[in-house]
Each structure stands twice: as C-alpha cells, then as structure tokens.
Design a protein around this ligand. Structure first.
Ligand SMILES: [Mn+2]
Length: 337
C-alpha cells in the first residue's frame, strides 16, 4: 500500500530540528534509511542528528563516509535527543529495538513519527508511515524523496541502494516488486554503483572467516531424507581459527543451498557456554518461530533463534529431536551423511 506523504511533509514543516534513530545492531536498511532521510530533511533546511542505540558494524562503515551517524552512550547522549523538536524512527516500530534511545524518546513530550515496513504490536505513540508490503524501509525513503522531487547525493544513493539490496537479498526475496527495481535504477542514476556496494558488503572478509566457514560447512549433517541440514560451532573453533562470533553469521543460510533442504539450524557455543541456535526454513509450512518458542526463543516463521543451555552436543541433540515432530516420520532411513 502506497504511503500518503502529505501528512509527513506537514509534520516535517512544523519542526526545525530532528533526531533520526533506528534499531539496535543496525543493518544496511537501518543505516541507509537514516542517512537518506537525513539528507532529505537537510535539503528542506532542517537540523538533523542521527542517534542510534548501537554502533554500526565495521563492514558497513562505507555507508557513512562523512561520519554522520552517532551512537548513544559514546558520540551522543540524552541531551542530543531531548534538545530536538521532533523524533523520527526508521526501520523499526518496537521500543525494545530502540534500547536506551527508546527510553529517552519515551520520556520526551516532543512529537514523533515512524517510517517502517515491519509488523509490530508496539505503538510508538507517534505518526506512523508504514508499508508492510515494502521489502525495505529504504524504498520508502526514496519514495518520500520522489514526493519531494528531490535528488540524492551519490553517498545517500549508495546508502539507500545498499539498504534496498540487502533487505531484498539482492532483489530476489518474494516481497520484491517491479517498483523495487525501478527504485534501484533511480539510485544508480543518482550515483549508486552496485559493483562497489557488493564488494564493500561481501568481499572484504577475513581469512579467519573463510577458514571458519570451511570447518563449519565441512561438518554439515543431513537428516529426515535431506530435508533438515544442521551444523555447529564450538568455542574452540573460534579460538583456534582466530575468528569472531560474527564470522559464523550467514553460515546457516549456506546450508539451505543444498538441494532438497527445507529447514536448517546452526548451534553456536557462546563465551558463557550457552548455545545460540539459529533456525531457518524455506518451506512456509515449517514454522521455525514456533519451533524456537519451544526453547524460549522466537522470531519469524522462516528465520528464528533461541538460546539453550550447554554443552553443545546436548543442545544439538535436543534441537534435532524437536525436528522429529516437524518432519513426519517415514519408513526410510532418516539419516543421510
Ligand atoms: Mn528493513
């Protein structure tokens, strides 16, 4: 559903200074949307400060070459939020995702507005400009720019292209619409270079990450006639390879590339010896959010997570057992190496 931007424009016109904030552990959509919106507001003569609850990961630094994004608790504080005339939130509608920034915004009497594409049961108490069918918030920001007749700088176009590309799995997720690709084309016209963005996002990884992937994917197991793939990472895998916990991200998705897999999980041993399990499904009838909930976790139907007590092998066994009820038993052997 298209957003009517007229009330948002009126909201912007009523105020002089803004903060823009997004969710904890920001991704490219959170950062790109904030940077793109900031540029539009500055072009309207507004003062803007981007204040996020947590720092951007290093691999996304290229989105913010001018260092416009501040982090609450280090480069920004509560006064930066309290002194703005209005507060904007992008790419989340949940207080829990705003952490300390949310606590400050909640304690303020200034009006606020949200631009987002997520379903949430929270009401942030402001104007909401939401399109739940949009695959990214970045696409909504470009749409607002179009409404204003604005042109983005190459830097903002780059950040917004990265926002849209990453939230759509590089334009392949089911939510992608023809307008998503038209929006990407517009951003290319304004200076976004997909080759450079892809290289910055995915082709700057460490040798430790490659070695960890090699070890972890080398021990993938298949069960339930190949419909379930799983693997695990022990603490000693990280230490022996000099890898970081973030180096195991995305490995669960790799296991879903095996033909015939419908669901997957990875169990990762944490520093505190608890086991973080990430679930994925590519069959809408396999609801891994429900599965994660049986272990006290949660998430989306096709991607979820839970934290279990250690040791690692015991947690893996418990999770494997939970999939027995997901995949109906058959007479055939259920283990395939
Ligand atoms: Mn998003």
């Amino acid at each position: 559903m298209a957003i009517n931007w007229t009330p948002f424009r009126q909201f912007v016109d009523r105020h002089r200074s803004f903060t823009i904030s997004s969710h904890i552990r920001p991704d490219a959509d959170a950062l790109g949307s904030a940077l793109g919106l900031s540029e539009l507001l500055v072009s309207l003569g507004k003062d803007v400060k981007i204040v996020n609850p947590s720092a951007a990961p290093r691999y996304l630094d290229f989105l913010d070459p001018a260092g416009q994004i501040t982090t609450f608790g280090s480069s920004a504080n509560a006064d930066d939020i309290r002194s703005a005339d209005a507060h904007l939130v992008v790419d989340t509608s949940a207080w829990g995702q705003l952490s300390d920034v949310g606590h400050v915004i909640q304690s303020c009497s200034q009006p606020r507005a949200v631009i987002d594409h997520h379903v949430s049961s929270d009401n942030l108490g402001g104007l909401e400009f939401k399109d739940l069918e949009s695959p990214s918030t970045g696409e909504l920001i470009v749409d607002f720019g179009r409404f204003l007749g604005a042109t983005f700088s190459p830097e903002a176009a780059t950040a917004l292209f990265a926002a849209i590309a990453t939230d759509t799995g590089w334009f392949r997720f089911p939510a992608v619409r023809p307008s998503t690709l038209r929006t990407a084309a517009e951003l290319m016209d304004q200076g976004a270079v997909p080759q450079n963005i892809y290289r910055n996002l995915y082709e700057r990884i460490s040798i430790a990450r490659i070695r960890l992937a090699s070890r972890v994917l080398g021990k993938v197991q298949l069960e339930h006639e190949g419909r379930l793939a799983y693997t695990s990472v022990a603490l000693h895998d990280f230490t022996e390879l000099n890898a970081q916990s973030s180096d195991s991200e995305d490995l669960v998705n790799e296991t879903l590339r095996i033909e015939g897999t419908q669901a997957a999980f990875i169990a990762v041993e944490l520093l505190n010896r608890q086991i973080k399990v990430s679930f994925r499904s590519r069959n809408p009838e396999i609801d891994v959010a429900a599965l994660a909930e049986t272990f006290g976790g949660g998430g989306h139907k096709l991607a979820s997570g839970a934290t279990l007590p250690g040791p690692l092998e015991a947690a893996v066994t418990r999770v494997r057992g939970a999939f027995d009820s997901v995949f109906p038993a058959t007479d055939a052997s259920t283990t395939v190496d």
